[in-house]
Design a protein around this ligand. Structure first.
Ligand code: HMG
Length: 445
């Protein structure tokens, strides 16, 4: 069987932008650097009042299909991953197909459609579904359209409000892909957790501080599980590590944890030992608390070393460039991180073909997954085609009053009729409600 992976990717951001240091921080009475340096975010993307998870998904998918010259008959599956769905029965993928049918004048009746839910990790799980479908030989030569789309809103005043975001990532999964091949090996860390959930409610109930610890614990398990099937990962073998990025500060913690793990028992640990000692080993401590304290001290020292700083700057920081400007896109977030890394490599003129990405996905509730992706020859053309910089620059900058209105416009419990702040052009837009309470859409030229 040939290799299977991501053939093409497209990103679609919400058309509005909330500046965190200049607009959000003063209203919260916070130091702007809490956002820019602490969380690592400059801005969040928001959907205008005519945008939602369907329009963003359909726009990303249409741009991808159009650029690749794909017709509906080339698509055998449409899988949408989201945790912002507005219907408990009819999947978002059917709405997206309906949108695409308007512009193609052909149908997707032959395509298997679904919707995946497991918080933010559902986007990666949809990739798995597509991969497995192709590997099983059920695809009849067709590819799968996988779309991760979310409007990641928190209740006003929630600590998570600073990490909001909205956007979609569309990916085309095929045999002999043009961007990255996916490894068969995967590692999981999965547990019944209640750190972040939405029990029949739009905005999440979050235990923010604990969610950070749960993310790290599950990621550590996934890494150990991955190495148990694929062998140890050495830092020199990693081009980039795109992590799920609720905000870049989270990835700063995950990066440090990963580095400690992959340098253990290597020559790097020995070289660092002269400066900061060797890593604490559990068996050398009588009790768990003393061991944990020693690990904390080691981590604090490790993050100040030149060796770690250089590794972070080369391997992790480039994955965060887009995230800093858009916030958390939930299911799309790890796929934004991959795109960001590849974009950085392209801009640096780096020859990445044959190199490895280790992708660390995460969803609250909670589960982490790690797999390897190998960048393939020709990847540059795919990344060159992204117009994400132009999209980000074109967003309308929200005033505080506009932000409050737009948050209400997307709040299912508030009956509001908010005038759009931008004008849709060459994109799908919400067009009102149908007789059964369904949402309707049209393509605006
Ligand atoms: P908070 O309590 O407002 O912020 O909320 P803080 O006080 O913890 O400060 C954040 C960081 O900024 C800290 O850095 C501060 O030190 C620093 P750290 O110590 O952690 O490295 N800071 C400053 N730095 C420079 N100058 C300053 C300054 N002030 C503070 N002046 C919290 C933070 C994460 C709790 C909040 O944003 C939250 O609840 N977010 C939502 C939950 C979340 O994103 N969790 C992440 C893990 S769970 C996940 O990723 C899953 C998720 O995507 C959902 C899904 O899977 O569906 C969320």
């Amino acid at each position: 069987m040939n290799t299977v992976g991501i053939d093409a990717v497209e990103i679609w951001t919400g058309n509005l932008r909330l500046d965190l240091p200049d607009t959000f921080a003063p209203q919260k009475g916070e130091d702007p650097e809490k956002y820019t340096k602490g969380l690592g975010l400059n801005a969040s993307s928001f959907p205008d009042s005519y945008e939602d998870i369907v329009t963003m998904a359909a726009n990303a998918a249409y741009r991808l299909m159009d650029r690749k010259g794909l017709e509906p008959e080339d698509i055998g599956r449409i899988d949408v991953a989201t945790e912002s769905a507005f219907d408990n029965s009819k999947p978002v993928s059917t709405y997206v197909a309906g949108c695409l049918e308007q512009v193609y004048g052909q149908d997707f009746h032959h395509a298997n459609k679904g919707e995946r839910k497991f918080a933010c990790i559902a986007g990666t799980q949809s990739l798995d579904d597509a991969y497995n479908w192709i590997k099983a030989g059920r695809n009849r030569g067709r590819g799968a359209l996988v779309i991760a789309t979310d409007t990641a809103l928190y209740a006003r005043g929630d600590a998570g409000e600073a990490t909001q975001g909205a956007g979609a990532v569309a990916m085309y999964i095929t045999e002999d892909p043009s961007l990255v091949e996916l490894s068969t090996e995967q590692g999981y860390g999965s547990a019944d957790e209640t750190d972040f959930l939405k029990p029949n409610q739009q905005f999440p109930s979050v235990d923010g501080k604990r969610s950070v610890q749960v993310y790290l614990a599950r990621m550590r398990e996934a890494l150990t599980d991955y190495e148990s099937v694929a062998g140890d990962i050495h830092p020199d073998d990693i081009a980039y590590v795109p992590f799920h990025t609720p905000f870049p500060g989270m990835v700063r913690k995950a990066g440090l944890l990963a580095y400690r793990h992959v340098t253990r028992d290597t020559e790097i640990e020995e070289e660092l030992a002269a400066e900061i000692g060797r890593q604490p080993r559990r068996e050398a401590f009588d009790d768990e608390d003393a061991y944990r304290e020693a690990v904390r001290e080691y981590m604090d020292a490790l993050k100040e070393t030149d060796r770690y700083r250089e590794w972070y700057a080369e391997t992790i920081d480039p994955t965060l460039t887009i995230s800093r400007e858009v916030g958390n896109w939930y299911t799309g977030s790890v796929h934004v991180a991959r795109a960001s890394a590849l974009k950085h490599a392209l801009e640096d003129g780096r020859d990445l073909a044959g190199e490895s990405l280790y992708v660390g996905s995460y969803g609250s509730g909670a589960q982490a997954e790690i797999h390897e992706e190998t960048v393939v020859e020709g990847w540059e053309a795919e990344i060159e085609a992204l117009n994400v910089d132009a999209q980000l620059a074109d967003r309308h900058d929200l005033t505080w009053e506009e932000y409050e209105r737009i948050h209400d416009a997307h709040n299912h419990d508030v009956d509001s009729d908010v005038e759009p702040l931008t004008t849709p052009e060459d994109e799908f837009a919400f067009d009102g409600w149908g007789p059964m309470g369904e949402r309707q859409y049209r393509f605006v030229e």
